[in-house]
Design a protein around this ligand. Structure first.
Ligand SMILES: NC(=O)c1ccc[n+]([C@@H]2O[C@H](COP(=O)([O-])OP(=O)(O)OC[C@H]3O[C@@H](n4cnc5c(N)ncnc54)[C@H](OP(=O)(O)O)[C@@H]3O)[C@@H](O)[C@H]2O)c1
Length: 439
């Protein structure tokens, strides 16, 4: 198996081309990927024994690198000429010790200098016309450079491989979160590019990594992805310790919406450990975490006051909260809604809104924020400690199955419209959860 580092290097290099210079439409790129894959399988791995592949897109070609059995690697380039389909593919077989210089050699291959692949005989062959693809390219949605939404694109990628402690899941649905656009915008530092967005999914287990217990191929599951990336794709890696079985009565889009938002809501409430009858202020109650926090708090016997824009007040009231409009005069409105005072506040907004509302919480150890860790600490409160475990997810799914919790997925888009789904969340006024259906 080729070391990950070399594969990542290849994938990263593709990003330097930028979205505008990549080889044509998604359908055209898929055709190129299929061509490269067919030739590698045909020449180097009879019987379809390719282990995994990565692709880099040039201006008019696709460069493919594959893991082969027996610790070998192979590379191929599918070319287009004057808008027609590929003409030929160069391929070479490497040895296990190749990866140190493999990328440079394979760049040589990419530019037609197949003699640069010195670890094995370079071959050049016409690709089989109309042949069957052994491993169809996987569709995904992500970004090719850190920055704004203009860097987002549909991607054709090699299917990922489940690492130790991971599941490979055929994705049926994925959740959308503010963390997705923050990742794209560089808020969490550098990520290998191109990066596939998406940190929570539901789907069917296709493969089980080493050291995984309690999950088998064919199981319906939901959970979080490693590195909080990779979910908006036909196949995704999922962390087995942060995955659970999906009850049949819980739809995939609902299950996919639980790990981040409802999980955070549950952890926030557990940390506050309020007694029934206490009054909780939920700031930003109409979004993904907010609607879950309201429902879970009401189920615990708390009195809940929730801030939201007026268009969401009916929704909050239907969930059992007293809705209050945020903005100028909000402190007075909350005092009127909770004449006995506020015992604790759970903030989803941060900034000036958090600073204003902190004045309502006499015991600042009962002030938590998921949106502004620095400010909440300055105000004497704290961030929410996450428990990303199978037990938490199983508990949340049981609450959904029992009708106690509804993740309130109000907007479901196909993978092709993932950009619109993310834009809806990035606008900052989502109603409940947004999700993506895949397949
Ligand atoms: N630390 C963690 O583990 C963790 C986990 C999940 C989320 N987060 C963070 O927590 C925040 C909320 O996440 P989310 O998924 O709930 O986001 P979301 O679904 O986008 O919801 C945010 C909500 O805030 C409302 N809002 C906007 N400005 C407001 C204001 N000034 N006062 C009150 N409400 C306001 C919006 O709707 P209206 O304006 O229409 O009312 C919207 O419903 C994000 O910053 C996210 O990155 C952190």
């Amino acid at each position: 198996m080729m070391p990950d580092g070399s594969q990542l290097h290849v994938a990263t290099r593709s990003a330097t081309h930028g979205p505008g210079s990549q080889s044509g439409t998604p359908a055209r790129r898929r055709a190129l990927v299929t061509d490269a894959r067919e030739v590698l399988a045909h020449q180097e791995a009879p019987g379809g024994r390719l282990e995994s592949m990565n692709f880099a897109f040039g201006s008019d070609d696709v460069f493919a690198i594959a893991d082969l059995p027996d610790n070998k690697t192979a590379a191929a380039v599918a070319l287009t000429v004057s808008g027609s389909r590929h003409h030929r593919v160069s391929a070479c077989v490497g040895r296990p010790e190749l990866p140190g210089g493999a990328v440079a050699r394979m760049e040589g291959v990419q530019h037609g200098a197949s003699a640069g692949c010195d670890a094995g005989p370079a071959t050049r062959a016409d690709a089989p016309a109309g042949g069957r693809a052994t491993f169809p390219a996987m569709r995904a949605y992500g970004f090719t450079a850190v920055g704004g939404p203009e860097n987002e694109t549909l991607l054709d990628l090699a299917p990922p491989v489940a690492g130790p402690g991971e599941l490979l899941v055929r994705v049926r649905a994925a959740g959308v979160n503010p963390g997705d656009w923050k990742l794209r915008a560089g808020g969490y530092g550098a990520v290998p590019l191109p990066a596939v967005l998406g940190r929570e999914v539901a789907g069917t287990v296709e493969a089980v990594g080493d050291g995984v217990h309690g999950f088998a191929v064919g199981d319906e599951v939901f959970g979080g992805t490693p590195g909080m990336v990779g979910g908006w794709a036909e196949l995704a890696r999922v962390l087995a310790p942060f995955a659970a079985h999906r009850p049949e009565s819980v739809a995939p889009v609902d299950a996919a919406a639980l790990p981040v938002a409802a999980g955070t809501a549950l952890d926030g409430l557990d940390g506050l450990a309020l007694e029934p009858g206490a009054t909780l202020l939920v700031n930003g109650a109409g979004g993904g975490v907010g609607v879950a926090a309201v429902q879970l708090a009401v189920a615990r016997g708390l009195t809940v006051v929730g801030t939201a824009s007026p268009a969401k007040h009916d929704l909050l009231a239907s969930l059992g909260a007293v809705p209050v409009a945020y903005g100028a005069g909000v402190v007075g409105r909350i005092r009127a809604a909770a004449p006995g005072g506020i015992d604790a506040a759970f903030d989803m907004v941060g900034g000036p809104a958090l600073r204003t509302l902190a004045a309502l919480v006499p015991d600042r150890t009962r002030l938590v924020s998921i949106a502004d860790h620095a400010l909440v600490a300055e105000l004497g409160g704290h961030a929410v400690e996450r428990d990303r475990s199978t037990a938490v997810l199983a508990w949340l799914a049981a609450l959904v199955a029992d009708g106690v919790l509804d993740p309130l997925v109000t907007d479901v888009r196909p993978l092709e419209e993932a950009g619109a789904a993310l834009a809806a969340v990035e606008a900052g006024h989502a109603r409940g959860k947004v999700a993506i259906s895949v397949g």
